[in-house]
Design a protein around this ligand. Structure first.
Ligand code: GRF
Length: 204
């Protein structure tokens, strides 16, 4: 399973995927390339250190979302990916892009979706007085953070938690569930069937 990972930032989720691939824990999946829309993204360095091809397609070089997405897609496809993983990629993708990769495009979002799509998820969970928070891996569809969920992990919210401490706790869970989802996909056990995520023969 050839994997392309898209990032915009530090890339701690990317690192956990790299580490799992190195330990042969991605079901035979291997990371063919890492793409960033930001030249300064720390994850590019992590990829380079692991000997993975890197590409930066800077969205500020394009005058529309469509032209950026088309350039991104064209370059991604030179790597012939079976799976495209969004790992902290902070651009909304166009419907055409999402359609092109339908069933082979997954994202991780730092909330217990369907709660808190979008940004500032940790602060919103704290402000709402929630007792737990978490992360969700899901197939990407045209609806922002609205595609079929694959796996979730939960953490308790304690009275002393801030958005920062909660983000750290959630991140450490992200680092476990994202490689697991990638592994299921690489093993051929996970698919998007109609509008449902299906693991083996069981609808999730
Ligand atoms: C993670 O919290 C992820 O859920 C969100 O962006 C963050 C990326 O962190 N989509 P990192 O770059 O993987 O460290």
């Amino acid at each position: 399973c050839r994997i392309v990972v898209l990032i915009s930032g530090g890339g701690s989720n990317l690192q956990s995927l790299i580490d799992c691939a190195a330990r042969d824990e991605l079901g035979g999946g291997s990371i063919a390339a890492v793409f960033s829309n930001k030249p300064e993204a720390g994850g590019l360095q992590r990829a380079a250190e692991a000997g993975i091809a890197t590409r930066c397609i800077n969205h500020t070089d394009f005058d529309s979302r469509d032209s950026f997405d088309l350039a991104l897609r064209t370059e991604i496809d030179t790597f012939h990916p079976d799976l495209v993983i969004l790992a902290g990629f902070m651009r909304i993708l166009t419907a055409d892009f999402v359609k092109h990769y339908r069933g082979r495009l997954i994202n991780i979002h730092p909330s217990l979706l369907p709660k808190y799509p979008g940004l500032r998820t940790h602060q919103r969970a704290i402000d709402a007085g929630d007792s737990e928070a978490g992360a969700t891996v899901h197939f990407v569809t045209e609806e922002l953070d609205g595609g079929p969920p694959i796996i979730q992990a939960k953490v308790p919210i304690n009275s002393g938690d801030t958005a920062e401490t909660l983000a750290q706790k959630v991140l450490s869970k992200e680092h476990r569930i994202y490689p697991l989802a990638a592994r299921w996909f690489a093993e051929g056990r996970l698919s998007l069937t109609g509008s449902k995520a299906v693991l083996d023969d069981q609808a999730l």
